[in-house]
Design a protein around this ligand. Structure first.
Ligand code: NAD
Length: 282
């Protein structure tokens, strides 16, 4: 293996340590950051994510409250809860765990969260602010990826950046953040022709597809920074990313592992946004 590992767990721990001190300061000033987490139904993966977020809040001294609602909840009830949380001064961040059950209009619900409490960075106002370079909440996973790239010391200006995946929560905002750092950005998706040829151009390759080990060694430029956002199970039931670690780590200069790469950064960025929101509410 020639690639250096970017240790997301260690970077996230460092960021959280800094946040812990800030939370203590804010709490002493009577402004303890508070996060409300809304979960609907009993999706087991969502349950794990929500528990991890609450646990991290507790570790950092952030107040958190969970609103667990049955799958039968109506859109009106959910909107009413969000209205109450928008008005609640204890709450600086509101997170609605996705996906929502199919009968609920996800966009309608997310749009109701006050942009000032939208710590996931999914509200169209915050997406728009990010696009034109105004301050606002950045979506957690792409923001975490930017921190991991920073760890390598690579200067992004003028570099070829390829993002595989164009979802609203990862791929698209990732491309915008890379562009903001002056990368030359290409977005690939399910209809891209010759994915390998495009990926091989990349100095920085971010994979956010959700297909186990799609990106293999021959698709990667020697020395590239490869960031693996994917979380999948392979045929043997093992947790793997979108990147075939064994072959890509022979070629890349830097690589993130799964688990222990992007995952811990997503939660760290959520905590950072919540603390930022509490600071701004002063
Ligand atoms: P998504 O399903 O919404 O989007 C996947 C994207 O990949 C789509 O834009 C699609 O066009 C593209 N795609 C599909 N097949 C392709 C192919 N063969 N070639 C090129 N592009 C293709 O997924 P998402 O929500 O963006 O998540 C992507 C992955 O990242 C998933 O594995 C998810 O679990 C993971 N994820 C991880 C974190 C984290 O914190 N680590 C956070 C969010 C998502």
């Amino acid at each position: 293996m020639s690639a250096k590992i970017i240790d997301g767990k260690a970077v996230a721990a460092r960021i959280c340590e800094e946040l812990k001190a800030k939370v203590a300061e804010l709490t002493a000033a009577g402004k303890q950051p508070g996060l409300a987490v809304v979960i609907v139904g009993d999706n087991p993966a969502s349950r794990v994510y929500v528990n991890n977020k609450k646990k991290k809040c507790a570790e950092l001294g952030i107040y958190s409250e969970e609103h667990a609602l049955p799958e039968s909840v109506t859109e009106a009830e959910l909107l009413d809860l969000i209205d109450r949380l928008n008005r609640d001064p204890k709450i600086h961040g509101i997170l609605v765990q996705l996906p929502l059950p199919g009968n609920l209009n996800e966009q309608l619900i997310l749009d109701r969260i006050s942009p000032a409490k939208d710590v996931d960075g999914f509200h169209p106002v915050n997406v728009g602010r990010m696009l034109i370079g105004l301050p606002g909440f950045l979506p957690c996973t792409p923001a975490g990826v930017m921190e991991l790239i920073k760890e390598t010391g690579m200067v992004l200006a003028g570099k070829e950046c390829v993002v595989v995946g164009r979802s609203n929560i990862v791929g698209k905002p990732q491309a915008i953040l890379l562009l903001r750092e002056h990368g030359t950005v290409t977005i690939c998706h399910s209809r891209t022709k010759d994915l390998g040829a495009v990926c091989r151009r990349a100095d920085i390759l971010v994979a956010a597809v959700g297909k186990a080990e799609l990106i293999t060694g021959e698709m990667v430029k020697p020395g590239a920074v490869v960031i693996d956002v994917g979380i999948n199970r392979n045929a043997a039931g093992k947790l793997v990313g979108d990147v075939h670690f064994d072959s890509v780590s022979q070629v890349a200069g830097w690589i993130t592992p799964v688990p222990g790469g992007v995952g811990p950064m997503t939660i760290a960025m959520l905590m950072r946004n919540t603390v930022q929101s509490a600071e701004q509410s002063r």
